[in-house]
Each structure stands twice: as structure tokens, then as C-alpha cells.
Design a protein. Structure first.
Length: 614
């Protein structure tokens, strides 16, 4: 021990950069650097004087017999061993050399330990790759290659040579190997990949074309992986696979797919394919255009992601039925409601999609947009309905005209007959006055009938979006004197920006008639209150006018509320024409009007305006 301390002072041994230890002839640790102590005992100085074999025994895969021979005989050699540090396995190589004094007497052994974890892992990886490759290449006919940077030797296995169509004895070099790649893209690409693997340690795998020694063009898959040792690339190892038939099949399939895609994308139908969960796996251009989304955005989506929940549920149930029964759904009229509420009518067919074994994998859907056809059908139906209504109105109108004119005619005939037979001048004057009054009444009747005719014939009047509040304010301003005189309270809750689609003159006439009626038929026992409100109901705009007036007995008069010349209260100026006119105006615009009323409580009129031109 003293000799050891004299020859190698502790402070010098402690600071050695390499993990070094001194062992005396008794195989006891005489001294060690801090780095060596860290490898075997986490830097504890108490290890000095311990049996070295005990320290090595704490590591795995150490050959203790070989260790004993090296320590006892003063021989040179090395041993590999490993241990786990911080949950990581580390590999070491300890080199043993005799320790002499100045007279060449053996004092013990010098041990220097190196961390070779990276080298071992690299070798293990290489061995694993080679083993894996050997197993796979026998089945997949995949060749291999290896390039040694130090010797610049390129190795091709037998299968790689077969792919290049060279003799078994052919010995390649790097330049020849690169020149086998087809001139242009393939050759430039492999040169770049090979260079990056050497310089930057980047692995690669690429499909490229080669020209074999027999002049045949082939598609191959060339892969390479750098082998790194001590931070530098020492070898490149890779695989080489003939994929020509596979690529040719893919090219042919892609050509067929392009042809099919071109066909599908240019037919005026929405085409889609769904899986068993009703998720879209394929959509054509028409489907993308309809949903206003890209193909990438639609793939993987189901109907609940794209449509109204109710419509999506109906579609899902149809899908399940088609896939369960394997019976196609052909030409069914369906309604598609998007998330934003827009509705489209389709003529839809769904066909079960089967795999090669006959099992259902999903379905193919084809939809034709028939919205415009449905609108035309609705327009035709509406036209028929309007015609039927107009015919009914015409018949009723004819009866009214016939009745009224016949009454006036009979009155005229009777008065003229009296006039011819009357000799008294005073009585004649009275009869002439009555004839003049009858003439005025006939003119008023004709004016009323003319107004009704005008409303019923002007079915194509231009409707506009009108600010309801502004029109209400104008009507109330026109009626301000009447409202003030009768102490009418107006409660207007119409939103400031609420708009209705109406013929301007009709809207003003409707509001004017209903408000003046509410004033005219007020309850004398209480101050009149008129409420005006508006709201959206489905695809209609509801305008509601309520009052607390006399009310109407609907059980008695319900069917003739909107009849011509129908009155329900004893008012001298009541002609029974206002409600008839506004009903015709509203129906002429495609709307509707209803009434709710109770005697002694009041009346509510509900006017429904369309939200779009029809």
C-alpha cells in the first residue's frame, strides 16, 4: 500500500479523467479515481480496501473465474459487464494490466473501465436487423446491402444481385450501384439520400426505378439505415425489394380509379359511400358542392355531423334497414335539412355494399336534387288550389252580384212604376228623391264590388320586405285623432327591425281596417286597449292584433266572419265589407288570417305572412 501511495499519489489518481482503479496483490482496492468509484459504489470512498471481486460481483454478466485469473496471475486482458443505473442498463468493458514498481516487480493490477453502451446497443441493433431481414427475405424475396465506410466496400446479397440481374459472382461498388438507378429523378434521389445517410445519419426508404444489367426497367423499394459508433456513421445497412408488379398493379388501379372518379364527379348526381356506422368513406364533387365542404372535410363524417338531427336520424334508420335486409332502397323521395336549416328534396337510392365474401360493409348512395321539380310541383298544386279558390270565390261573387244587383233593379223598377202611376207632384218629387238615393246606393255597391274584383285579379302584385314598425307607426299617426278621441291605449311590442313580405298598400289597408274595427266595436264599459305584436312561426311571420272590445259569438257567426256584407253588431255605419276585403288581400299574397274571439272579452286577429316570395 505504501509503495502504491508513493508511486501514485491519491490526489493524482482521484482526478484521472478515465475510470481507473489500483488493486494490490491481495486483490484489495488500493485506490481509484472518482469516476471508477461512481461506477461501482456511487462514489463512496469506503470502498478503498474492499475485495475487488466483491465489487465486480455487483455487476451482471461478469465472468468471476476469468476475473480471478487476471488478478492472480497479473495478466493483461478485458472483461465485459453491465449494471442498471437510474433505471437504464449500461454496458462496460474493464481492461486489466499488471502494476509494476521501479524494479519491475508486480505490485498488483491496474483496471481501466470504459462505458461501451452505445457500441453494444448498435451491435445488438445490427444483429436484430440482420436476423429480422434474414427471416423476412426468405418469404418476401427482399435483398440486402451493406456499405463499409472505412473500406468503401459495398456488399450485395444473392437476392439483391438477382433483382439487378447480375451474376452471383458480381462485386459492385458505390458508383456502379447508383448508376443502376434510372437516369433522372430516381438516380438523383438515391444519390441525395445516400449522401444524407453518410453525412447526417438519416435513414431512408424510397420507391425508385432501376435499369437492370439486361435493360429491364423495374420498380424497387430501396431502404437504408446508418450504423453509428462513437457518434460517427461507420456503416450503412439496408434492404432492396423488387416491387415492380405491385407498382404496376397500383398504377393500373390508379388509372381505373381516375377514370371512375372522373365519371362520378361529372354526373349531375350526389354519390357517396358509407361504412357500417354510416360514416362517409367516399364522396363525389356534387356531394361536396352541395354540402359546401371539401372531400377531406367530409370523409369520416356521419349524417349527424352534417344535417339536422331529425333528418339525420331518418337517414340512419334507412341505412340500417338497407344493410340489415340487403334490399336496395330505390328512388325514395327524401328531405335533407342542413345544420343552417336549408332544405333540399332528393330522389335517393341506397344499395348495400358487399365484400368478396358477401358480407355487408356499408352502402352506396345516389341522390338526385329534385328541389326545383318539387317547387314547380308545389307551384302547380298552388295554382290549382288558387284556381279552385278563385272559382269558388267567383261563384260566390256571382251570387252576391246577382243578389245585390237584382235587389237594386227590383227597387228601381218598383220606384219607376210608382212614379208612372203617381199624379201628385209632391209625391213625385219624393219618389225622384228616393230614386236618386237608390242610384247612389247602386254606385256604392258597384264601387265595393269593383274593389273586390281588383284585389282578386291583381294576383301578381309585387311584394316587398317592409319594416312592420314603420307601417304601424304611419297607420297610428293617420288614426291619431280617432285614437285620442276614444281614449285608446296602444301596446305595440313589434321588434324595431321586424320585417314582413307584403304588398305595401295591402299591409297598410289590413292594419287600418283591423285597428278601426277594434275602435268601432269597443266595449262602452271600459277604455279600449289594442295590442300589436309580431313573431316567427315556422316559415311564416305572425302579426297579431288583439282588442278588449265587444267580441264576436264565433259559435253563431264563425263561418261568416269574413263573408261579404256580414255584420255582427248593431252599428249604422257597418257594411260588412272590411274583413272580406282584407281576407282577399291576405290570401292574394299567399297568406292566411284567423280569428279568436269571445263576447264581452275581446277579439284577436292572426295574420300569417310568407317569409319568401311564392
Amino acid at each position: 500500500m505504501k509503495a502504491a501511495q508513493t508511486i501514485t499519489p491519491d490526489y493524482l489518481l482521484k482526478q484521472l479523467p478515465k475510470a481507473t482503479a489500483l488493486v494490490n496483490r491481495k486483490q484489495l482496492l488500493a485506490g481509484a479515481s472518482d469516476s471508477w468509484l461512481n461506477l461501482f459504489g456511487k462514489g463512496k470512498k469506503s470502498m478503498i480496501g474492499q475485495d475487488v471481486k466483491t465489487l465486480f460481483a455487483s455487476h451482471e454478466q461478469i465472468d468471476l473465474n476469468a476475473l480471478d485469473n487476471l488478478l492472480c496471475n497479473g495478466e493483461s486482458g478485458f472483461l465485459r459487464h453491465k449494471t442498471t443505473m437510474d433505471n437504464t442498463t449500461r454496458w462496460f468493458q474493464s481492461t486489466f494490466s499488471p502494476w509494476f514498481d521501479d524494479k519491475e516487480n508486480v505490485l498488483g493490477t491496474i483496471i481501466q473501465t470504459d462505458d461501451i453502451t452505445e457500441h453494444v446497443e448498435t451491435r445488438h441493433e445490427l444483429d436484430r436487423i440482420k436476423t429480422l431481414f434474414k427471416e423476412k427475405s426468405e418469404v418476401a424475396r427482399v435483398g440486402c446491402w451493406e456499405y463499409d465506410i472505412a473500406t468503401e466496400e459495398l456488399f450485395w446479397c444473392e437476392e439483391t444481385k438477382k433483382i439487378h440481374e447480375v451474376s452471383p459472382g458480381y462485386i459492385p461498388n458505390v458508383n456502379e450501384g447508383i448508376n443502376y438507378y434510372k437516369k433522372g429523378y430516381s438516380r438523383n434521389k438515391i444519390s441525395m439520400l445516400f449522401h444524407k445517410a453518410l453525412e447526417e445519419g438519416k435513414a431512408f426508404s424510397e420507391r425508385l426505378e432501376i435499369l437492370t444489367s439486361k435493360g429491364n426497367e423495374k420498380w424497387v423499394k430501396a431502404s437504408g439505415k446508418p450504423i453509428v459508433q462513437d457518434g460517427s456513421v461507420v456503416k450503412l445497412f439496408g434492404t432492396f425489394q423488387d416491387i415492380h408488379e405491385q407498382v404496376m398493379l397500383e398504377i393500373k388501379r390508379e388509372e381505373n380509379e381516375r377514370l371512375l372518379t372522373t365519371l362520378i364527379n361529372n354526373i349531375p348526381l350526389n354519390v357517396f359511400v358509407k361504412d357500417k356506422d354510416s360514416r362517409k368513406t367516399l364522396v363525389n364533387k356534387s356531394e361536396c358542392d352541395y354540402l359546401e365542404k371539401s372531400q377531406e372535410d367530409l370523409i369520416g363524417k356521419d349524417d349527424f355531423d352534417l344535417y339536422d338531427a331529425k333528418a339525420a336520424q331518418i337517414s340512419r334508420e334507412e341505412d340500417l334497414e338497407v344493410m340489415r335486409t340487403l334490399k336496395p332502397l330505390i328512388g325514395k323521395e327524401t328531405i335533407s335539412i342542413k345544420k343552417d336549416g336549408r332544405t333540399t328534396n332528393f330522389l335517393t337510392s341506397k344499395i348495400p355494399l358487399l365484400d368478396l365474401e358477401g358480407n355487408v360493409n356499408g352502402l352506396i348512395g345516389i341522390s338526385m336534387d329534385i328541389t326545383s321539380l318539387k317547387k314547380k310541383e308545389d307551384q302547380l298544386r298552388n295554382l290549382i288550389n288558387v284556381t279552385a279558390v278563385q272559382n269558388k270565390k267567383l261563384i260566390n261573387f256571382a251570387h252576391i252580384v246577382s243578389h245585390n244587383l237584382r235587389s237594386h233593379s227590383a227597387n228601381f223598377s218598383m220606384l219607376l212604376n210608382f212614379l208612372e202611376q203617381e199624379d201628385n207632384e209632391s209625391e213625385k218629387k219624393h219618389l225622384l228623391k228616393m230614386l236618386a238615393q237608390a242610384s247612389d246606393n247602386l254606385m256604392l255597391t258597384l264601387e265595393d264590388l269593383n274593389e273586390v274584383v281588383t284585389i282578386n285579379t291583381n294576383v301578381n302584385l309585387q311584394k316587398k320586405l317592409l319594416n312592420l314598425n314603420e307601417v304601424v307607426d304611419k297607420v297610428l299617426q293617420d288614426l291619431s285623432t280617432m285614437l285620442k278621441k276614444n281614449r285608446v291605449e296602444i301596446i305595440n311590442t313589434v321588434p324595431k327591425n321586424k320585417k314582413v313580405l307584403s304588398v305595401p298598400s295591402y299591409l297598410e289597408s289590413i292594419l287600418l281596417n283591423l285597428i278601426t274595427n277594434a275602435i268601432k266595436y269597443r266595449d262602452p264599459e271600459r277604455n279600449p286597449i289594442i295590442k300589436i305584436r309580431a313573431a316567427k312561426e315556422k316559415d311564416k311571420t305572425l302579426v297579431q292584433i288583439s282588442d278588449n272590445g265587444l267580441g264576436i259569438d264565433l259559435k253563431k257567426h264563425g263561418r261568416k266572419v269574413f263573408g261579404m256584407y256580414k255584420t255582427f253588431h248593431d252599428k249604422k255605419d257597418a257594411k260588412g265589407l272590411g274583413l272580406y276585403i282584407i281576407k282577399n288581400q291576405i290570401e292574394g299574397m299567399g297568406g292566411a288570417i284567423t280569428v279568436q274571439s269571445e263576447e264581452g272579452v275581446g277579439t284577436t286577429f292572426n295574420i300569417y305572412f310568407n317569409e319568401e316570395n311564392r
